[in-house]
Design a protein around this ligand. Structure first.
Ligand SMILES: NC(=O)c1ccc[n+]([C@@H]2O[C@H](COP(=O)([O-])OP(=O)(O)OC[C@H]3O[C@@H](n4cnc5c(N)ncnc54)[C@H](OP(=O)(O)O)[C@@H]3O)[C@@H](O)[C@H]2O)c1
Length: 342
């Protein structure tokens, strides 16, 4: 029999101009209605923080609809079923859900993404390497990047869940992986723990020269995660028929307007033409048909220790806003997740 549950949730308080600030978020408390037939009541345990959340704070057209002012922030969660009015789910089940920035969530049982087995892998991996970011890496390489043995791949945000997975999968395909990250500790992790062939710091004053020296045979796959000066440094190194899966541009997400300067579109289009480049933007859901194959193959790689990952834990739902603000600045070291507590 259901009892009323008090729920804390974080809503969009204002649309940010540039970098989000704490006042753009608001913590609220409410009594939840009772779940109806077909629904489940979830206790969110872990919340994923992801760069795309910045885009949801803006008004205007994108690949997903913007958050309304006063609406609970969206986000993937690892949760436990508290009460189920759906035949497939039982109290205690661990699930991957789109539970949002809140302690509890009432969702349609049919909308739950998948059941999690805490004995098989740590449940938090479902938010990172064994979830949406890992799938993004897998699908973007499978469908667009297509690294071949002996080729050179470059990826930035290389200690984060997408970049780390991209470089390691590329190596499993026999390619050389160059990872780019911000700061010494991340660079050492990418090289020594994740096993990239080369790791470079994008903050180094001679970063472009170092990248050119690290890719003497040019670049065949540039997995675009950031844009900015990393893209500038990679462009002259691209080989004929190079592939660029355009996955994200996190260096630009907080920009309120286009940067000043010369119009570089003709130069970029000229390069796409003369070097026969494939540049393709994608959202991971474009390739959702690959998801079962991803779960099977990545599950094996994780259990065999062939793919490694790092997590970065923020404690407490109330600290999620600072966690997202920091993620967009590069403060995270690994997949950023929030441990939700009462
Ligand atoms: N298309 C899709 O379906 C899809 C799905 C998931 C993610 N994505 C995109 O994939 C990218 C990586 O996502 P993630 O979840 O793995 O993020 P993440 O690596 O956990 O976090 C973002 C990282 O971006 C780096 N960064 C921020 N500003 C930068 C700058 N100016 N120059 C270079 N690097 C900068 C920082 O790392 P450093 O400190 O190392 O620079 C920061 O830690 C993002 O662009 C995201 O939007 C796309």
């Amino acid at each position: 029999m259901s009892t009323a549950v008090r729920n804390r949730r974080i809503v969009l308080a204002a649309r940010p101009q540039g970098e989000p600030k704490p006042a753009d978020f608001r913590l609220e408390s409410e009594i939840l209605p009772l779940p109806r037939k077909g629904q489940v009541l979830l206790r969110n345990r872990w919340l994923s923080l992801d760069p795309y959340m910045r885009g949801r704070m803006n008004a205007g057209r994108s690949y997903a609809r913007p958050l309304e002012i006063g609406e609970t922030f969206v986000g993937a969660t690892v949760a436990q079923v508290v009460e189920s009015l759906h035949p497939e789910w039982s109290p205690g089940d661990w699930v991957l859900a789109f539970g949002g920035w809140q302690d509890y969530a009432i969702v349609e049982g049919d909308a739950l993404q998948r059941r999690l087995d805490p004995e098989a892998l740590p449940v938090t991996t479902a938010l990172g390497v064994y979830g949406m970011p890992g799938f993004t890496a897998y699908a973007g390489l499978h469908e667009i990047g297509k690294p071949k043995p002996g080729e050179t791949l470059v990826v930035a945000a290389a200690s984060g869940p997408v970049g780390a997975t991209v470089g390691q999968i590329a190596r499993l395909h026999g390619a050389r992986a160059i990872g780019i990250a911000g700061g010494e500790a991340k660079v050492a992790h990418v090289r020594d723990e994740l096993g990239f062939d080369v790791a470079l710091d994008h903050r180094a004053p001679d970063f472009a020269e170092r990248l050119a020296a690290a890719a003497p045979d040019g670049v065949d796959v540039y997995f675009e995660n950031v844009g900015g000066k990393v893209l500038d440094a990679v462009l002259p190194l691209l080989n004929d028929f190079a592939r660029i899966p355009v996955c994200g541009l996190v260096a630009h997400y907080n920009e309120a307007e286009l940067p000043a300067g010369p119009d570089r579109v003709p130069q970029l289009m000229g390069l796409i033409l003369s070097r026969h480049l494939t540049v393709r933007g994608f959202i991971q859901t474009d390739f959702i048909g690959l998801y079962p194959e991803f779960l099977r193959e990545m599950g094996g790689w994780l259990r065999e220790g062939r793919i490694r990952y790092r997590e970065d834990v923020v404690d407490g739902l109330e600290n999620a806003p600072e966690g997202l603000i920091g993620l967009l600045r590069g403060d995270n070291f690994g997949k950023r997740i929030v441990r939700i507590e009462d």
